[in-house]
Design a protein around this ligand. Structure first.
Ligand code: G16
Length: 544
């Protein structure tokens, strides 16, 4: 087997976004495109000789082909061992768990998360570091710099490896181990949750649940966890076979894209509990019978009930949420007397807080929750957490949420997405907001008075790094808030995200329709940011 050094020229669009490099499949299929990015990752790492890395993806189109290319490049660059998920499959949380378990140098995860897949869908590559979490900005910037100057990459001339069964192979001097990625993940979950109690709940005739894996990576994990270990009847997990194009669906667990599950939970004879995960298994959506739990509320409720769950019985060191996530969890943290950190959007910003033992639970409005058990958000972990709480408290999802609101007040919350708008006007919209924020304090809009307005900037208390321009936030004197930012995960044009929140302490006003409550703020968001004028859109594409 010979190592080939191949000449190449840079692509200038390989800047990693909120979570790695995401592009349409045909972009990744251009000659040398994937190879350039992988070589840039390897060049940005120190001392890779003989090290172990983890490799796998969410099973989407181009996953298998990419794995073969990456294996040969890893071998040519001196990596000692690669642990690959059987069939090339690794959910993002399972990859994080395995990086930590094997003290690997890091991992390459192939996924475009919740974006659609298939030959014309999206693909993505992200690098996770030794702690199992997404590479911090310092590292992704180094990769990007390298992509701009790259002139060659190394690859081994060798036959493809069979990924279909566990086993060991040699690729040049490198060892390839095809491993079962489900068993270590299930084992980790058993250390955190009361499997006996959950099993009793799931096998009871009085409790029905429905889990939708949306033809994506969590299918095999969910079948094993719920149907094999936890006694749920067969058929509990729907769409549980990962497909390269996710069956033509959009594997995003929200009210719009997980509509089949929503119909079941809001239909006749609805189950007691419903959950969905995204393409790579790090997101979750939680539903009760006729009831949707916002991700922000979910984080607050997990925090408030953490002591009921074995893995968190000792209490929480602190919690963290991304800036646009509602402030519901802040109120719980205050009551518990623990710190609550506010970070920019992107799971990578939680890594330092988790490593330093400052936060135990983290969460984001974008359907992500997780804890210090790994360094990624974890969809099935969130489902198990909820089931553990339900099993202990013996109440319905709706009762638990409503009792939570009674105690802490309700943060009405919604996100309005304007997808695939043109980049230039979207950037112009943000720029005018940035120019405006300095002069907004004290300004009155009808009943609303601006208490503060800024372009969010984060000072990392652990490494002292500063991340600027993380979203424009406008807070009002009644605790309501509007946040504007552009998504860092889209692949077509720009996506404007508008996050709207208002706080209602009065329990007699907790059961009003969210969009109705937020209507004046939604109108105000358009008035302040001139959304219609800049984007030409009069309605968002997705409301969650
Ligand atoms: C990624 C990040 C999350 C982020 C989300 C949305 O999730 O890991 O931290 O909240 O994207 O980001 P944006 O608003 O920039 O599109 P995932 O599940 O796509 O990896």
């Amino acid at each position: 087997m010979t190592i080939r050094t191949v000449s190449t020229t840079p692509f200038f669009d390989q800047k990693p976004g909120t979570s790695g490099l995401r592009k349409a499949v045909p972009v990744f299929q251009q000659p040398n495109y994937l190879e350039n990015f992988i070589q840039s990752i390897l060049d940005s790492l120190n001392e890779i000789e003989g090290q172990t890395i983890v490799l796998g993806g969410d099973g989407r189109y181009y996953n298998r082909q990419s794995i073969q290319i990456i294996l040969k490049m890893a071998a040519a660059n001196g990596i000692g061992r690669v642990l690959v998920g059987c069939n090339g499959i690794f959910s993002t949380p399972a990859a994080s768990a395995v990086i930590r378990k094997f003290n690997a140098l890091g991992g390459i995860i192939l996924s475009a998360s919740h974006n659609p897949g298939g030959p014309n869908g999206d693909f993505g590559v992200k690098y996770n570091v030794t702690n199992g979490g997404p590479a911090p900005e310092k590292f992704t910037s180094a990769i990007f710099e390298r992509t701009k100057t790259i002139s060659e990459y190394k690859i081994l001339d060798a036959a493809d490896i069979n990924l279909d069964n566990p086993g060991s192979f040699n690729l040049g001097t490198m060892e390839v181990e095809i491993i079962d990625s489900i068993a270590p993940y299930v084992k980790l979950m058993q250390t955190l949750f009361d499997f006996d109690k959950i099993k009793a709940l799931l096998s009871s005739r009085n409790f029905k649940m429905c889990v939708d894996s949306l033809h994506a990576v969590t299918g095999p994990y969910a079948h094993t966890l719920f149907e094999k270990y936890l006694g749920a009847p067969k058929g509990t997990v729907k769409n549980g076979t990962p497909l390269e194009d996710f069956g033509g669906c959009h594997p995003d667990p929200n009210l719009v894209y997980a509509h089949d599950l929503v119909e079941i939970l809001f239909g006749e004879n609805a189950p007691d509990f419903g959950a969905a995960s995204d393409g790579d298994g790090d997101r979750n959506m939680i539903l009760g019978r006729n009831f949707f739990v916002t991700p922000s509320d979910s984080l607050a409720i997990l925090t408030a009930n953490a002591k009921l769950v074995p893995g968190y019985r000792g209490g929480l060191a602190g919690v963290a949420r991304s800036m646009p996530t509602s402030t519901a969890v802040d109120k719980v943290a205050e009551k518990l007397g623990i710190d609550c950190y506010e970070t920019p959007t992107g799971w990578k910003f939680f890594g330092n807080l988790l490593d330093a033992g400052k936060a135990t639970l983290c969460g984001e409005e974008s359907f992500g929750t997780g804890s210090n058990h790994i360094r990624e958000k974890d969809g099935l972990w969130a489902v198990l957490f909820w089931l553990n709480i339900l099993a202990v408290r013996g109440k319905s999802v709706q009762e638990i949420v409503q009792e939570h609101w009674e105690e802490y007040g309700r943060n009405y919350y919604s996100r309005h997405d304007y997808e695939e708008v043109k980049s230039k006007p979207a950037n112009d919209l943000m720029e005018q907001l940035r120019l405006m924020v300095g002069s907004l304090k004290g300004k009155k809009y009808g009943n609303y008075e601006v208490a503060y307005a800024d372009d969010f900037s984060y000072f990392d208390p652990i490494d002292g790094s500063i991340s600027k321009k993380q979203g424009v936030r406008i807070g009002f004197s009644d605790s309501s808030r509007i946040v504007f930012r552009l998504s860092g995960t889209g692949t077509k044009g720009a996506t404007l995200r508008v996050y709207i929140e208002s706080y209602e302490p009065d329990a007699s006003k907790h059961n009003i329709e969210t969009q109705k409550v937020l209507k004046p703020l939604i109108k105000l968001a358009d008035e302040i940011a001139k959304i219609k004028e800049f984007t030409g859109r009069s309605e968002p594409t997705v409301i969650t």
